[in-house]
Design a protein around this ligand. Structure first.
Ligand code: FAD
Length: 287
């Protein structure tokens, strides 16, 4: 099934995200966690792709195994900045052979050593190539607060328009902790003529370390209200887990109340996070 049809349906749904292992010996452990998450019947599960080598090798295998074993729909990520055209062509062939119908097309982060291939510059280059290949539903990434490398938000939206014009069927946002930032972004994207569905991405912060890592990497604004929550509950792991779940659920409830029907949750291989989110929203999310 194509993810775009899920997103466009009238049902209020959630999807979760998992990341593949770095090494083969950890594959079964990650598969077990992802299978448990699939057991909660999310609308789909997205499987991330490592920037280079390592994790990227297991994305297709994990997505296929999840799909075959549990019947859950999968969205496999694919990044291009550290890949040659030949590698991307091989990956697309592999995704097709493995029955993967949905791809999140990404540029990927520039590695610290600056080692990139020069076959692709932006995600939109990859999107065009996947469109030419045919048969895939294509998603792209977007950044309500602007991508960290882009100085002006307005330019970032112009670049996003190029990406959607290249053939993205939908977009998923980077995490954010203030829904007003998302609503403002939606308004600006629509104003620029970006018409594809934009799926908000919510990350439940269940420990204080995760917050500093996520906020630093993404440049996401952390509202004072949330900072106070993490300051207060951070030292107590169980309390922080509960507070993080409730904060994410509040965000989701507000999104649904404002007409958003599909939300992506960065569940990070943690079945307990997926379960606790769904337990709190059992009368709101339609499984
Ligand atoms: P692009 O859309 O190419 O944008 C990158 C930068 O280039 C932006 O600053 C943009 O403004 C600028 N730009 C774009 N087009 C143009 C243009 N035509 N002219 C001038 N400037 C332009 N990373 C992974 O490695 N693996 C993953 O699985 C993964 N999953 C992700 C999922 C989501 C939902 C999100 C939001 C991010 C994910 N990332 C992942 C991170 C992502 O790879 C990085 O944020 C990366 O730095 C940008 O990727 P992009 O696809 O958004 O790039």
């Amino acid at each position: 099934m194509k993810v775009i049809d899920i997103i466009n349906s009238e049902k209020v749904t959630l999807s979760f995200e998992v990341f593949p292992p770095k090494t083969a010996d950890r594959f079964e452990g990650v598969l077990a966690a992802a299978t448990e998450i699939a057991g909660f019947h999310p609308a789909y599960i997205s499987v991330t792709y490592g920037a280079g080598g390592g994790r990227s090798a297991f994305t297709a295998d994990l997505a296929k195994k999840l799909h075959d074993d549990t019947g859950v729909e999968v969205l496999a990520h694919l990044s291009c900045i550290t890949s040659s055209r030949q590698i991307v062509a091989e990956r697309l062939r592999e995704y097709k052979e493995k029955g993967i119908e949905n791809i999140l097309a990404l540029r990927g982060d520039i590695p610290e050593d600056g080692q990139v291939y020069h076959d692709y510059t932006y995600a939109s280059d990859l999107v065009r190539e996947i469109v030419a290949e045919g048969g895939f539903c294509i998603g792209g990434a977007c950044y309500p607060e602007g991508h960290i490398e882009c100085e002006h938000k307005a330019d970032d939206i112009d670049h996003l328009k190029i990406k959607t014009d290249a053939g993205c069927d939908f977009l998923t946002t980077q995490l954010f902790f203030d829904n007003n930032i998302f609503y403002n972004f939606l308004y600006r994207a629509r104003d620029k003529g970006i018409r594809v569905p934009i799926v908000p991405g919510i990350m439940p912060i269940t420990n204080a370390r995760l917050l500093s890592r996520s906020a630093t990497m993404s440049g996401t604004n952390v509202p004072e209200r949330f900072k106070a929550i993490v300051d207060h509950f951070g030292p107590d792991p169980k309390a922080m887990h509960q507070a993080g779940i409730v904060y994410a659920c509040e965000q989701i409830i507000d999104l649904v109340a404002n007409g958003i029907r599909h939300i992506h949750v960065y569940s990070m291989n943690k079945p307990e996070v997926a379960r606790d989110i769904l337990d709190n929203l059992s009368h709101i999310i339609e499984l």
